[in-house]
Ligand binder design. Structure first.
Ligand SMILES: [Zn+2]
Length: 840
């Protein structure tokens, strides 16, 4: 327990002067006191919130409401409350697709009947669709604009990828676009977009049907990258079978929205997808021994699954704690050896989804269990994984899905689909409606035994929570990832953090704890969260970590958990199966929680400011009693407590004039100049008599007033959390709202009144505000403990003899030097027994 001997606050006495313009009598003492202080402190008045410029001084209005330049003006489609407006609309696009996988060529051939319903108030003469896999065409914007750093380094995989990109072409081949009668429609492929010209203008409220045929080579996902493709197990101890992940595999309607019209920004590989909701019927033809995981309900299970498998499925539908194998490890192992030559067609139906993905392999083990939802449909949680995924996948995948459904369902809305799936393959983590791709696998130890690290285990649970969580954001709350990655990644990472912490105690979450973001927040290599997705730097920190942490700070510190959860649920519910923008989120959170948050959005989402509040000074004040006896005694004590002036100290014992001639001593030598006079006492008594009883009581207040000086060094305004520790060992924590910074966003003073004596003040004691520098959070400041690592001085230049495995022998020491020492000493500058060194 550190003593507080080091404690030194500036002792301040202040006079209580009634503020001329304020009726102090009607105010409580504390408020009267604050007003008295602020009367002195506040010299200027802030400009009101309007489009004016601060031309005097350097006042910053961190609390200015978001202006039209920051957030579009609300309209009939998007209400000022953040809810969908009374004229909100969105398009609907339905698909009937037949697709087949050629296992040998690893190519998909598809034909889609697409019905586009125009719910907009506009007449459309053409439609845009997305061919996102065209990003791996040789001449795509994405490929041609890949930049490299200046280090000149290149990885093995980069070389192999460059070769593969040179040697083969990826992306869609659109073989035809026709109307239902089979007549061709004009179309144009613009990078990753496909424009289809309509024969007739499509009026509001009308639908149009057309058909697109295409082929699409799948790519080696680990080599080319991306969110789809195949992975083949080719090593000797494996089986040569592949896992196929089909995503962005068909022409998907681009979005036509109230705020942007056609969304025709090319896919550059980063800013993901936004799509229209619709109904799907998809027939997937694959080798007969494949298991297929897909968006939607399997509608021909009786044709596809063996009677035993159908029985297991029925058992799984009633199993709420443990998964049941639908395809057992033994069945998958047998399929891997046999390799069927025939095909089967799996038929799926999905309603109200914004995309459709699937995966197939004969390697897949398949397990399933049921998840109950309060007041809503049961969900089948299912996992598909190769034997290489076990023992991790059997243990954790399906249970992680169930956990996600429980937590996300509680915090937002019930999972709206019949199935939720996790598929293991070459993609590290990616989401689609009802289906997710998740990468982590156990690793083999040196003896060849499968084992797994805590990293693999928690990595798997976390990625499954995350990807399944995406089925809420953005698969149902359909935000625009191509513009704003954070809207789904940030919100989802926040909920992931909540779900992780509810999986086990002290779950090792990577993101969400405000302490984990401070390093990033203080760095200069960053851009605001509200940056276009494809231009974001340090995506993981920017679009995942920072917004997730912002929501944690909002939830735990700014708004409070219950009100935050209510507001967040309001947002999710309002925009369920609709298309929100960031402003709809900002507005909903603000109006639903009853908390003005423009300052928070500005700091965390519109700027690169960070939180760093510094507690620069604390002064302790007590009330001047105006009683001459008390005040004199205090002044005398203060004076006597000061060290005697050094010269006077050294003069002690010297003879002074009065020693010889005491007659020079008079009244002033006998009287302390600070002692109260009769006149002072009379005047004080008169003054006291003139005060009202309430005012007299003020003079008798014994409380201490601590005046804290705070500086905002990071730029972001923040609530100020202060922990006061008293000399008696007790403490008091005060949470001051961010509005403390409204008059001056850089520097403020704030007063704390207490009957106790304070020994220490600490800012943000629970480290909840993401304050990046804690060294300025204490008053008095603390000595920072650190551990000094003892190390050996670095080795000198390496020993070339040793590097060549040469022992010290006669021969090695007498090897003829490259240059004769006699001849070359001057020229080489080396000399010595072994002669000159060749240049390095
Ligand atoms: Zn994500």
């Amino acid at each position: 327990m550190p003593s507080f001997q080091h404690y030194s606050v500036t002792l301040l006495r202040f006079e209580l002067i009634p503020c001329q313009k304020i009726q102090m009598k009607n105010l409580s003492l504390f408020w009267a006191f604050l007003i008295a202080i602020s009367c002195a402190v506040v010299g200027t008045h802030p400009v009101s919130a309007q489009a004016v410029q601060q031309t005097k001084g350097d006042f910053q209005d961190k609390f200015r409401q978001l202006d039209p330049e920051d957030a579009p003006t609300p309209n009939d489609y998007r209400a000022a409350s953040g809810a969908p407006g009374h004229k909100y609309w969105q398009q609907k696009v339905d698909y009937k697709i037949n697709v087949s996988l050629n296992e040998a060529t690893k190519t998909l051939s598809g034909a889609a009947d697409i019905t586009y319903t125009n719910n907009s108030p506009d007449t459309l003469t053409y439609l845009w669709l997305m061919l996102d896999q065209n990003d791996v065409k040789k001449n795509s914007i994405a490929e041609l604009t890949q930049t490299t750093d200046e280090t000149g380094r290149i990885s093995f995989n980069q070389v192999r990828r460059a070769q593969a990109m040179r040697d083969s072409e990826g992306g869609f081949t659109i073989t035809k676009v026709t109307n239902p009668a089979g007549a061709g429609l004009m179309f144009d492929v613009v990078d990753t977009l496909l424009r289809v010209d309509l024969a007739e203008p499509l009026q509001p409220g009308q639908s149009v049907a057309f058909k697109v045929d295409w082929t699409l080579p799948m790519r080696d996902s680990r080599l080319i990258g991306g969110r789809n493709g195949y992975e083949c197990f080719t090593k000797a101890d494996q089986d040569g079978n592949c896992i196929f992940l089909a995503a962005q595999w068909f022409p998907r309607a681009a979005v036509y929205s109230d705020y942007e019209g056609w969304h025709n920004k090319s896919f550059l590989g980063r800013g993901e997808f936004t799509l229209e909701f619709g109904d799907y019927e998809v027939a997937i033809t694959v080798p007969a021994d494949f298991a297929v995981s897909s968006t939607g309900d399997l509608v021909n299970a009786n044709e596809i699954l063996s009677p035993a498998q159908q029985e297991r499925m029925a058992k799984a539908r009633a199993s709420y704690r443990d998964p049941v194998y639908i395809v057992t490890p033994q069945e998958a192992a047998a399929a891997e050896k046999a390799k069927a030559a025939t095909t089967k067609t799996w038929r799926f139906k999905a309603q109200n989804v914004r995309d459709f993905a699937w995966a197939g392999s004969r390697k897949f083990i398949w397990d399933a269990m049921a998840v109950k939802q309060p007041g809503a449909n049961d969900v089948m949680a299912m996992s598909f994984f190769p034997k290489e995924g076990d023992p991790l996948w059997s243990a954790y995948s399906t249970k992680s899905i169930a956990h996600t459904i429980n937590v996300y369902g509680r915090l937002t809305f019930a999972y709206p689909y019949p199935v939720a799936q996790s598929v293991n393959g070459p993609v590290g983590g990616m989401e689609y409606p009802m289906i997710t791709f998740n990468g982590p696998r156990p690793e083999k130890d040196s003896a060849g035994n499968l084992t797994y690290s805590d990293r693999s285990k928690y990595g798997l649970i976390s990625v499954i929570i995350h990807e399944v969580g995406h089925i809420w954001f953005p698969m149902v709350v359909n935000s625009d990832e191509r513009q704003w990655t954070w809207m789904d990644e940030g919100l989802n990472t926040f909920l992931q953090y909540v779900a992780e912490q509810e999986w086990s105690e002290a779950y090792p979450s990577r993101r969400g704890d405000p302490r984990d973001i401070t390093e990033y927040m203080r760095s200069s290599n960053q851009v605001p969260i509200m940056t276009q997705s494809d231009s974001v730097q340090r995506l993981g920190d920017n679009a995942y970590g920072k917004p997730a942490t912002a929501l944690v700070v909002l939830r735990e510190t700014v708004i409070g958990r219950a009100r935050f959860d209510r507001a967040f649920k309001e947002y999710a519910t309002r925009w369920r199966f609709k298309r929100p923008t960031p402003y709809d989120f900002f507005r909903t959170m603000e109006e639903s929680s009853g908390t003005d948050l423009d300052w928070f959005w500005r700091a965390w989402f519109y700027s690169t400011d960070h939180v760093d509040i510094s507690l620069t000074n604390v002064r302790e004040g007590t009330i001047d009693t105006q009683n001459p006896d008390i005040e004199s005694a205090r002044r005398i004590a203060e004076r006597d407590a000061k060290p005697i002036e050094l010269g006077q100290l050294n003069n002690k014992g010297m003879k002074i004039y009065a020693d010889n001639d005491p007659s020079v001593l008079d009244y002033y030598d006998r009287t302390d100049p600070l002692s109260p006079t009769k006149g002072q006492k009379t005047r004080a008594a008169t003054a006291r008599a003139a005060l009202s009883p309430e005012e007299r009581a003020v003079l008798d207040v014994k409380d201490r007033f601590y005046i804290l000086s705070l500086e905002n060094k990071g730029g972001a305004v923040s609530p100020v959390i202060l922990k006061f520790t008293f000399k008696d060992g007790t403490s008091d924590t005060v949470a001051i709202p961010a509005e403390i910074w409204r008059y001056d966003a850089r520097k403020v003073n704030w007063t704390y009144m207490t009957a106790k004596e304070v020994s220490q003040v600490e800012l943000d004691p629970r480290q909840e505000t993401a304050d990046v520098d804690r060294s300025n959070n204490y008053f008095p400041t603390r000595i920072e403990p650190t551990r000094l690592e003892v190390f050996k001085a670095a080795q000198g230049p390496r020993n070339q003899m040793q590097d060549n495995d040469l022992a010290v022998t006669q021969e090695s020491t007498q090897t003829k030097p490259a240059v004769s020492p006699k001849a070359g000493a001057g020229a080489t500058g080396a000399g010595g027994a072994t002669g000159a060194r060749p240049n390095r």
